[in-house]
Write a new protein. Structure first.
Length: 186
């Protein structure tokens, strides 16, 4: 049995040993480079999760790219501008050898008012022949599936899908709306 004087001394000694033991193990962990605040070293040995491919998931790419660039997986990418009669016009990041149907699908597809016989591809820099604009007929592709008129796209090319000229239901409704507005004002 521990006497009444020895009991508090025993508790103080046990607390001291426990404190020194815990402090010693923490300092050993810190000396080896591992601490509770820095768990990044443990994560480098953890199995990596497979992340689905997303071309924009890599570093913050600049808005305008004049050349090819790569994503975190080594895919060669470029930016293409799509304007005109598409559902989502704007700048698109695509893989290096993307073709027109893929790019138009990324742009949300063409509208019913699109004139596919007069599609223009405008280049930022002229090619070796001095050409800076190409005219394409994509209607042949949609009718027959032929890719004869396609050209290889380069970074920062702009695809322009013009609107059909002539009287269409959209044009008639705009004219009728303006006429009714004019009559309502008077």
């Amino acid at each position: 049995m521990i006497s009444a004087i020895k009991k508090p001394l025993f508790l103080i000694l046990a607390s001291f040993i426990l404190f020194v033991g815990v402090a010693g193990s923490v300092s050993a962990a810190e000396r080896s480079g591992y601490s509770s605040q820095d768990s990044s070293r443990f994560n480098e040995y953890a199995p990596q999760q497979q992340v689905p491919y997303n071309p924009l998931s890599g570093p913050a790419y600049p808005v305008m790219q004049d050349s090819y660039f790569t994503d975190d997986y080594g895919n060669i990418l470029m930016t293409i501008n799509v304007l005109g009669e598409v559902n989502k016009p704007g700048q698109i990041v695509v893989r290096e050898n993307s073709d027109f149907p893929s790019i138009l699908a990324l742009a949300g597809g063409v509208r019913n008012s699109a004139n596919l016989t007069k599609v223009v591809v405008a280049r930022k820099e002229p090619d070796s022949n001095g050409r800076q604009a190409y005219r394409l007929n994509l209607e042949e592709y949609y009718e027959r599936g032929t890719r004869d008129g396609f050209i290889a796209l380069k970074p920062n090319d702009t695809i322009i899908i013009p609107e059909k000229r002539g009287l269409s239901l959209d044009v008639l409704s705009k004219v009728a709306g303006l006429a009714l507005l004019g009559v309502a004002i008077f």
